[in-house]
Every structure is written in C-alpha cells, then in structure tokens.
Design a protein around this ligand. Structure first.
Ligand code: BEZ
Ligand code: FE
Length: 288
C-alpha cells in the first residue's frame, strides 16, 4: 500500500484498497462513488467546516427518519435523484417515462374494491371525482385482470395516515381491470400538499428559496404477473405547481385532465397506462 504524496494520491490509495471486493457490481459502484466524491471535494476545495456541515446533514436525515417519515428518501427526492433513478429505469419507446416516484405514503394491502366503488369512506366534503382508465401492453392491447392500486391525499392535502379525522385506509383501494383492460373508481378530488419541512430537508429547501408544495396528484401502482410493476402518479393539469414540484416528479405524459363536468360538478379524469413485459417485483412499503 502506498502512502499519501498529494491530495490527488489519496484517491489511488483508496481505490487500491477496494480491489478485493468480491461482488463486482458493488466494487464498481463504490469505486465510482468514491471517485465522484473525491472529485467533488477537490473541485470545490471543501473546507473542514463545510465538510462537518455536510456530515451533520446526513446524521440529521437519519435521525429524522422514523416509523411514519423517511427523511433519507426525501433527501434523495429533493435533489432529483429519486426521479432520475425512476426515469432511467422506466423509459418508454419515445424516450419519455410513464413512471413516477413511489413516495413515502404507499401502504400494502389496500382494500380490494368493486368496479366504480367509492374509496372516500370518511365524509371529508370536497369535489366528487370519477376516475377511469385503461391498462394496455406495449402493443396497445388491453390488459385484463391487472390490479390498479390507487392512493391519494384529501381535499386539504392529507393522506389518511397523517390525519386523525380519516379512517384507516381511506382514499386507498385496489381495483381489477375488466376484459377490456379498463378500471373505474370514485372518490373526492385530491389537493396538493407540502413535503415534510420540519427536518434537514425543509431547512435546505428554505435556504434555496424553494417552496415545498407538490402539485395535486393521484398515485397508481399497476401490476399483473408477466409485467413490470408500474409505479406512477397523474398530476392535476390545473395545479400551479406543476413546474416547481419540489421532488421533480412531473413529466408531460403524467399531466392528466381533471375536468369538471358542468352539468354535475363532478371532476372526471380519464387516463391510460402502458405496462412493459417483465418480472412483477413490488417495492418495500415505506410505511406499514
Ligand atoms: C408523494 O408523492 O407522495 C411524495 C413523493 C415524494 C416526497 C413526498 C411525497
Ligand atoms: Fe403523493
């Protein structure tokens, strides 16, 4: 093993120490990360105080993470990294992406619902909403028997697990597509909401003069054996924060037309999704 002769020499020594890693993917990922970190320090001539501050931030996101919050995920989100990982792993044929962040609020085992069932089980007021769509494969053929798992916030922007006024699993449900690949559910129109701002990520957003408000959206997780699980969100085209989402989740394909029917006052959304062939692998639920 060589000894340090210059700032730059530390990288060579560090990389040399990693050469026996058996897992080749682990080896190349950690070597590459180390190179980028060293380059970052050199390029910015990081001071000791700045380094200490950076380490405090990382300790802080760990400490702010608990049973109902995940500040580590939030940090990846507000730096655009979660969206980047989701996008490069879910490119469609046009080079866009129909996938979006899972977010911290998905819960496994939402109630299995009948066609058209209302998932607004606690009376919260708000605008009635009807959501229809079709699930298709890459050849635009309908996918029957797919499970469409949906969850969204209330008309004042709270998920059920953040709000003592909502019953367990309110505004969550799983629907099965019919023979034509279609699904239909009813609910109430969701509002946008702020990402948590009481931890280190909130402090960073304030320092950067960024607002924390996500545009209103509905989450979808669509699955069927033989297809990759599609995790996505459909955003409200009328929301003023579409272009300033704090977690960079909005792509053109994911802006949905939330149209108010003049006769009934009901908000109607119609949105279709494509599934790619592949292995059906579910994510770990961020909250129980
Ligand atoms: C969400 O869409 O639920 C979400 C995503 C990232 C951070 C916070 C919330
Ligand atoms: Fe959300």
């Amino acid at each position: 093993m060589s000894l340090i002769t210059s700032p730059e020499s530390i990288l060579d020594i560090t990389v040399a120490a990693m050469q026996s890693t058996e897992d080749q993917r682990l080896k190349s990922l950690i070597v590459s990360l180390t190179k980028h970190l060293h380059q970052f320090v050199l390029e910015n001539q990081l001071t000791e105080l700045e380094f200490e501050r950076a380490l405090q931030f990382i300790v802080g996101i760990g400490q702010a993470t608990g049973a109902n919050t995940n500040e580590v995920v939030l940090a990846a989100d507000i730096l655009g990294v979660s969206s980047l990982v989701s996008t490069i792993n879910n490119l469609d044929l046009d080079g866009g992406s129909y996938a979006a962040l899972l977010g911290p609020f998905w819960r496994k085992n939402a109630p299995l619902c009948a066609w058209g069932e209302n998932i607004s089980r606690t009376d919260l007021g708000g605008q009635a909403m009807e959501v229809r769509g079709r699930i298709m494969d890459e050849f635009k053929r309908p996918v029957a028997g797919a499970i469409v798992d949906v969850w969204h916030s209330s008309p004042v922007g709270f998920y059920e697990n953040q709000d003592e006024h909502q019953e367990d699993m309110n505004l969550r449900g799983r629907f099965q597509t019919n023979a034509d690949g279609e699904f239909f559910f009813t609910s109430i129109r969701p509002a946008g909401y702020p990402v948590p701002t009481n931890g280190p990520c909130g402090e960073l957003l304030r320092a950067q003069k960024r607002h924390p408000n996500r545009p209103a959206h509905i989450h979808f997780m669509i699955s069927k054996p033989g297809y990759k699980v599609l995790i996505t969100q459909v955003f409200d085209s009328t929301d003023q924060n579409l272009e300033s989402d704090p977690v960079f989740g909005v792509s053109k394909q994911l802006v949905g037309e939330y149209l108010t029917d003049a006769a009934t006052g009901i908000c109607k959304l119609n949105h279709s999704f494509l599934l790619q062939a592949g292995e059906m692998v579910f994510p770990a639920p961020p909250i129980p």
